[in-house]
Write a protein that binds this ligand. Structure first.
Ligand code: AP5
Length: 207
């Protein structure tokens, strides 16, 4: 099954995609993670992406489309995959449809105030990409999976979060209608615990 996770920043796309990866055994393809890795490694893509990612804007379509196209051609994607954070514009969605067949687009929705609270408290593992909220960590600053020191993303500062929300509404939210018109949209309100939302995601994908 080839799945897209849509939804505003902080709605829980990465959290749910990580759980679904374990459940279905198919890879999570997060363009955000791929761009941050490229930035850490100082590659040409990383250098090009840095100013957009850090300000909360979108990286140019052609850069992101190229990395996704290359990734989907790898062997582990042959049995299905989850796209987390791609597509983010109608142009990206149109291009994706030229090289991939998507079965379901899961739209995770959440109010802005909750998003700001969740993202301000997010801590991530730079080694294995595990995601936490400070409320789950009991003061710990290390990853439960691999022991690496957790970090706060630069774009999780409140002003940048507000810009990401604005960019989402202007450029990405039209994809909800786009995938509704294709008959593959599954909408989920993400108020609830991680496990409660995961149960809704699984039910939506079974439908
Ligand atoms: P990206 O990394 O994709 O960021 P995003 O879409 O803004 O999404 P986030 O990772 O911030 O949130 P999420 O929905 O995954 O939430 P999470 O599960 O972590 O992109 C970053 C940047 O890269 C973009 O701004 C752009 O510059 C660039 N980029 C990426 N893709 C691009 C593209 N296609 N085109 C152009 N540019 C692109 O959860 C958030 C927090 O909430 C965590 O702390 C988590 O523990 C907590 N949480 C999750 N679920 C719950 C729950 N149910 N209850 C309580 N807490 C919860």
């Amino acid at each position: 099954m080839n799945i897209i996770f849509l939804g505003p920043p902080g709605a829980g796309k990465g959290t749910q995609a990580q759980l679904l990866t374990r459940e279905l055994g198919i890879p999570q393809i997060s363009t955000g993670d791929m761009l941050r890795k490229a930035m850490r490694e100082g590659t040409k893509t990383g250098l090009e992406a840095k100013r957009y990612v850090e300000s909360g804007g979108l990286v140019p379509d052609d850069v992101v489309i190229a990395i996704v196209k290359e990734r989907l051609a790898e062997d582990d994607c042959k049995g299905g995959y989850m796209l987390d954070g791609f597509p983010r514009t109608v142009y990206q969605a149109d291009e994706l449809s030229k090289f991939a067949q998507i079965d379901a687009a899961v739209d995770l929705e959440l109010a802005d105030e909750v998003i700001i609270e969740r993202l301000s408290g997010r801590r991530v593992c730079p080694n294995c990409n595990a995601t936490y909220h400070t409320s789950q960590l009991g003061g710990s600053t290390v990853c439960k999976n691999c022991g690496a020191g957790l970090i706060q993303r630069k774009d999780d500062m409140e002003e940048t979060i507000r810009n990401r929300l604005k960019v989402y509404k202007e450029q990405t939210a039209p994809l909800i209608e786009y995938y509704r018109n294709k008959g593959i949209l599954r909408e989920i309100n993400c108020v609830g615990t991680v496990d409660e939302i995961f149960a809704l995601v699984k039910r939506a994908l079974e439908a």
